[in-house]
Design a protein around this ligand. Structure first.
Ligand code: FES
Length: 83
């Protein structure tokens, strides 16, 4: 199924890019911009973004790596300790 009509990107392309990025770097954050770049492209009109994100969320490799979770909470905790 075509997800991005401007760039002719399919759901298969998106899943392949996510799987490749996760295999290349287990700790990377995967964003729509990174998926576009991995596919040698960039968003144009942005109209596909809701469906693009929905497609990304279906991929189990999209999960935020454990060491990068709750960074905001950890940062605020350190900030509060300094006070
Ligand atoms: S439909 Fe994807 S950028 Fe326009």
């Amino acid at each position: 199924m075509i997800v991005c009509h401007c760039r002719n990107i399919t759901d298969h392309d998106i899943h392949a890019a996510i799987d490749w990025m996760r295999a290349a770097d287990a700790d990377t954050l995967i964003t729509p911009g990174k998926v576009y770049r991995a596919l040698g492209s960039a968003a144009d009109c942005g109209g596909c973004l809701p469906l693009f994100l929905e497609t990304m969320r279906k991929n189990p490799n999209l999960e935020v790596p454990m060491p990068l979770r709750n960074l905001r909470g950890a940062t605020q905790e350190k900030h509060n300790e300094r006070r």
